[in-house]
Design a protein around this ligand. Sequence first.
Ligand code: BG6
Length: 482
Amino acid sequence: MSFPKDFLWGGATAANQFEGAWNEDGKGPSVADHVKGGTVSIPRQYDAEIHEGEYYPSHTAVDFYHHYKEDIALYGEMGFKCFRLSINWTRIYPHGDDETPNQAGIDFYHKVFAECKKYGIEPLVTISHYESPWYLAEKYNGWYDRRTIDFYLNYCRTIFTEYKDEVKYWLTFNEINAAMFPMNFGRLNGVGLKLADGVKMFEPEKTAEEASVRLTALHNQFVASAKAVMLGHEINPDFKIGCMIAGSMVYPYTCNPADVEEAENKMNAQFYCGDVQVRGEYPYFAKKMWKDQGVTVRMEPEDAEILKKGTVDFYSFSYYMSSCASTDESLQKTAGNILTGIKNPYLKASDWGWQIDPEGLRIYLNRVYARYQVPLMIVENGLGAADERAEDGKFHDTYRIDYLRDHIKAMKEAIDDGVELWGYTMWGCTDLVSASTGEMKKRYGFVYVDKDNDGNGDLHRERKDSFFWFKKVIASNGEDLD
Ligand code: BG6
C-alpha cells in the first residue's frame, strides 16, 4: 500500500483568487472581477459596473502576480512535484474576442513556468477557473452563445502553442458541474450574466427558461472542452488533458428507498458531466432529467461526434466534504459552496460548517474509478479555517494537518483498492480569497498571507506548521504522515 513513485504532490490555486493585478499590463476584467466580497452570512454580489471605492477581492487577491518568485520558491522548499494554477483568460485576451493576444500576459506565464522548472515542479494548468471575460458575458451572454466556443478555442490555441514545451497537464474547465445547480454560482463561469445587476451569488433560479440557458451554456462548454482536447493533442500529442468536477459523496439519509433514490439523483448530477467528458456522451438519464425540469438544451447535429472524439485523458476533481440526501425537507442542512445537502450526524464539520469525511473520499475514488476506468487526480482538497497566530508568533494549524493526514490515508487505501491515482494538489497552498464568501479569513494554506477580510495587510508570507509537515509527507512519498 504505497503511492506510485512519480505521484504528483502539490498545491492548487486559481488566478482570480490568487493573482491580483486585475487591470495591470493590459489585462481585461473577468466575471470574477465584478463580484464583491461577502461573508458566510452576507452573500457575494455581481455588479455590472465596478464601483470605485468598493472592495472586489479578486482585484488585489494575494498578489501572486508580483510575488510569484517567492511563492514558487516556497513550493520548491516543500518539495512540490506539481503546482496547479489557472491562466487568467483576460490576461491573454482582455475582451475574449480580440484578434491578437496581449503579449505581457503571455510573458507573465512564461516567467511563472520557468520558475516552476527551476524547482522541478510540473505545472497543472486550468484553462478556465471562473475567469470568463466580462466582455463576453456582457456582449454575447457568455457561454450561452456558441461564438464563445470559438473564442475559447482561439485562447486555447494560443496557450497550447506558447506553452507546449512548458506545460503537460491541462484542465479544460474548473468544476464544470457548477452549472448543474439552479443558483447563481454558475455565473462565475460566464453563464446567464445578462440577468439583472446586483444578483447575489447563491440566489436560486426562478424559471425553466433560466435553466435552459444554464444547461445550454454548459453544453457549449462541453463542446468547447472536447474541441480543446482534440486541438491540444494535435499541438502536442504528449499533453494530458483532464476534466474537473466538483466531487462529493452523497449518502442516503436513511435506508428508505426514497432517500436512496434522492442520493442517486444527486450523484447523477456529477456523473452528468463526467459521462459527457469521459465517455463522450450524455448519460441515459439526461433526457428524462430535461423533461422533468422543462428544459430544452440547444445542440447542433455535429456535437455528438465532437463529444465522442474529444474525450479527456483523466478525471480530476475537488473533494472537501460529503452530505446526505432525503425526501424529508425538515431535516437540518449542511453548509458547502455548491454541493450542499442534509447534515450527516456521524461527521464533524469545519468552522464554515463543511462536513469532514475522509472515508467518503475513498468511497468516491472507488465509485468514480469503477464508472470511468481512467486515471484520477485530486486537484482540490483542504480545510478552510480561521488561523490565529499563537503566543510564540507562529501558526500551529494542527487541525489542518489532521484533516490532510486523514484524507491522504484514504487516498492510500483507495490506491490499495486498485484505483489509479496520479496526484494530489491541496487547495489554496498559499492563503487566498475564498470563492464562495470572498473572505480572506477562510484560510487553506501551508503558507500564511498577511491580509484581512477588508483588504488590509502587507501581504508578507509565513510558513505554518502544516508547511513543514507536508514537506515530510512529500519527501517520504506519503509514508511519513506523523
Ligand atoms: C472550489 C473552487 O469550489 O472550492 C475553488 O474550485 C474554491 O475556487 C474552493 O476556492 C473552496 O471553496 P471556498 O468557497 O471555501 O473558497
